[in-house]
Design a protein around this ligand. Structure first.
Ligand code: ATP
Length: 264
């Protein structure tokens, strides 16, 4: 199953993301939860991967640890060959600013900054030169070239999420991590956002890792990683909404059966 289908390190194209034995334990002694319980994976550059699993299976924790927003209790994370785990806070912040981009469910735009100002923010925070023409080109690509001076509150949810994607892309990160990027959007806006992510993979060789609950959203990815109880339990290439939905139903049934058998 997973072992055979999973892309091997160094195969075909360069490796964008590698996790080695990542564990993340939450809670104090006597009340510990293994949100991630030994996750190892390797994703090639230019891939679009969806992460799915039942509620509480560790999807967000996986994304947070892989993106350097949270620290694994054990294990190592590499982005584009450079180790993310191990350094201090300052090194981690620098690493995030240089190598990764984020897109969140709730957009997380700054309300007092306009579209252009929001999009250039990561460059400014990283102390990098702001090439306004290049940023404008990215905003045009996401269909917002005529709204550069609008505030987030003057935009629809779908437009705000497209600003957030532009903001994630302007630093040309090695990997963009998206946590439920379509969770707050209507079907049509969701489709536009997913097409945008897919296009950034196809045309710019961007690597995208996206957590989602939605089989339709997952079908836009090249492959799907399935998590259950903090472990990778499956990997699927060329997903369709139907095959993902079917696999999720089977997974939920299996998890339920195992929990019942374990008396949890
Ligand atoms: N800060 C925290 N403190 C304690 N436990 C946590 C914390 N964050 C997550 N957990 C626990 O870790 C496990 C995995 O959580 P996580 O949010 O990664 O799952 P998820 O698959 O993203 O869930 P959902 O689909 O509901 O968003 C859950 O049991 C959760 O209760």
């Amino acid at each position: 199953m997973f072992g055979q289908e999973r892309p091997a390190a160094g195969e075909a194209s360069a490796e964008a993301l590698r996790l080695e034995g990542v564990r993340r334990i939450y809670g104090a002694e006597g009340n510990r939860v293994a949100a991630l319980d030994g996750v190892s994976l390797s994703l090639p550059a230019g891939s679009f991967t969806a992460v799915m699993g039942p509620s509480g299976s560790g999807k967000s924790t996986l994304l947070q640890c892989a993106a350097g927003l949270d620290r694994p209790t054990e294990g190592r994370v590499f982005v584009d060959g450079a180790e993310l785990t191990g350094g201090g806070e300052a090194a981690l912040t620098r690493f995030r600013r240089q190598r990764v981009g984020f897109v969140f469910q709730q957009f997380n735009l700054l309300p007092t900054l306009n579209v252009m100002e929001n999009a250039v923010l990561p460059l400014k925070l990283a102390g990098r030169r702001v090439d306004k023409a290049a940023v404008r080109a990215v905003l045009e690509r996401v269909g917002l070239g005529d709204r550069l001076d609008r505030l987030p509150a003057e935009l629809s949810g779908g437009q705000q999420q497209r600003v957030a994607i532009a903001r994630a892309l302007v630093t040309r990160p090695r990997v963009v991590f998206a946590d439920e990027p379509t969770g707050a959007l209507d079907t049509r806006s969701a489709r536009a956002v997913l097409e945008l992510l897919r296009e950034s993979v196809r045309t710019s060789g961007q690597t995208v890792v996206m957590v989602t609950h939605d089989p339709v959203a997952a079908s836009f990815a090249d492959s799907v990683l399935y998590l259950a109880d903090g472990r990778i339990v499956g990997y699927q290439t060329s997903p369709t909404a139907e095959t993902v939905a079917e696999r999720m139903t089977r997974l939920a049934d299996e998890v339920e059966r195992q929990r019942t058998a374990a008396g949890v």
